[in-house]
Write a protein that binds this ligand. Structure first.
Ligand code: NAP
Length: 301
C-alpha cells in the first residue's frame, strides 16, 4: 500500500505505474487538495487532507515533492508522533540521498532515495517507458529488502547506488540530459546567426543529432567521434573559431573547452601524430589560433 506526498509529475506517474501493475495506492497528500484529488482520481485512490491519515494507512510513503521541501517535510513528519514500525519512506530526488530523511531513520523508519533516470515532462510518455528505465536506489533500514521486493514485483529496473555516489551521479544525469539540450540550442543559435530560419535550423540538425546519438549508444565515444578534431583539420577549427568569435564570445569559449575534452577522445582513437595533436591543442587554447601548416606536415609524412 503506497501513499504519495506530492501529486506532481513524478507522484502521479509513479502512482499510475504502480496501480497499473496491481499495487494498491492508498492516495495522495499534496500542498493543494486539488492536486491530491487529481492524483487520487488517476489511481482510483483517496485524496488526504491530513498527512497522518496517509501515513497510518500506507506501508510505503513516497515523497514526490520539490527537492528543497523534502528535508523540512521529514522533520515535520518526525514530529507527528506516529507509529512508524515497518514503514518505508522514500523520496525521488536525484541529487539528495536518504540522509535527508535522517529524522525518520532515527525513529526506526527505513529511508531511501529512488531516482528514475527519466524526464517526466510528458507524463503519458514517462508512464509508457518507466518499465524500461533504470531507477537508482540507495537507503538504509530493516525494510530495504521489502522495498526492493515491491519494486521487483512491478518490474522496475533498479540499480543500487552508494549514498556518497549520489551528487556526482546526479551531476552526470544533468550533463547528459540538460546540457545536451543546451548544446543543441547553441548549435541552432549559430545556424540562425548564419541566416537560417529557426524551423529549418531544427530540420537541419535532426538527422545529425539522432545519428550521432545512435552511433554513440551503439559503438561508444571513440568510434562515434568524427569531424575536424578527429581528422586533425587544424585549419577548419581556426575557421570555426574566427566565425564564432565574431558572433558570440561565450559560444567561442564553450567551443574551445569542449574541443579540449574532445581531444582526449581523439588521443584514445590513436589516429593522429603528436605534431597534429599539439597543433589542435594550440589552436583550441590560443586566442588567435595557430598558423602552422599542419596539413603540409601531414602530407610530408
Ligand atoms: N520531473 C522530472 O522529470 C523528475 C525526474 C526524476 C526525479 N524527479 C524528482 O521528483 C520529485 C518531484 O518532482 P516533480 O517534477 O514531480 O515536481 P512537481 O511536478 O513540481 O510536483 C511537486 C508536487 O509536490 C507538491 N508539493 C510542493 N510542496 C509541498 C509540500 N510542502 N507538501 C506537500 N506537497 C508539496 C506540489 O503540490 P501542489 O501541486 O499541490 O501545489 C506538487 O504536486 C523531485 O524530487 C524531483 O527532483 C523529477
Amino acid at each position: 500500500m503506497i501513499g504519495f506526498i506530492g501529486a506532481g509529475q513524478v507522484g502521479k506517474t509513479l502512482g499510475r505505474y504502480f496501480a497499473k501493475h496491481g499495487v494498491q495506492i492508498t492516495g495522495y497528500y499534496s500542498r493543494s487538495y486539488e492536486s491530491a484529488s487529481k492524483g487520487a482520481e488517476l489511481t482510483k485512490s483517496q485524496a488526504f487532507k491530513e498527512l497522518r491519515d496517509l501515513i497510518t494507512t500506507s506501508q510505503l510513503i513516497m515523497m514526490t515533492m520539490p527537492d528543497d521541501r523534502i528535508g523540512d517535510m521529514a522533520v515535520h513528519l518526525g514530529k507527528l508522533n506516529l507509529d512508524w514500525k515497518s514503514k518505508i519512506v522514500c523520496h525521488t530526488s536525484g541529487v539528495h540521498s536518504s540522509a535527508l530523511l535522517e529524522p525518520l531513520f532515527q525513529q526506526g523508519v527505513t529511508v531511501a532515495s529512488l531516482h528514475p533516470m527519466l524526464s517526466f515532462a510528458d507524463e503519458d510518455y514517462a508512464l509508457k517507458v518507466l518499465g524500461q528505465t533504470p531507477l537508482t536506489l540507495e537507503g538504509k533500514g530493516t525494510q530495504m529488502n521489502e522495498l526492493k521486493k515491491i519494486l521487483q514485483v512491478v518490474h522496475l529496473k533498479v540499480r543500487e547506488l552508494k549514498t556518497e555516489q549520489k551528487s556526482l551521479y546526479h551531476a552526470a544525469a544533468c550533463i547528459v540530459s540538460n546540457y545536451l539540450v543546451t548544446l543543441m540550442d547553441i548549435g541552432i543559435e549559430c545556424l540562425v546567426k548564419a541566416g537560417f530560419e529557426q524551423h529549418s535550423a531544427i530540420e537541419l540538425i535532426e538527422p545529425l543529432a539522432t545519428g550521432t546519438l545512435h552511433n554513440f549508444l551503439e559503438k561508444g565515444s571513440e568510434a562515434a567521434l568524427t569531424g575536424p578534431i578527429a581528422r586533425g583539420d587544424v585549419g577548419t577549427i581556426r575557421t570555426h573559431l574566427q566565425a564564432i568569435s565574431k558572433e558570440n564570445k561565450h559560444i567561442e569559449e564553450i567551443y574551445r573547452l569542449l574541443g579540449e575534452s574532445t581531444l582526449s577522445i581523439v588521443r584514445k582513437q590513436n589516429q593522429l601524430d603528436e605534431y597534429t595533436l599539439d597543433g589542435l591543442k594550440e589552436v583550441l587554447q590560443n586566442e588567435k589560433g595557430n598558423n602552422r601548416n599542419y596539413q603540409k606536415n601531414e602530407n610530408e609524412k
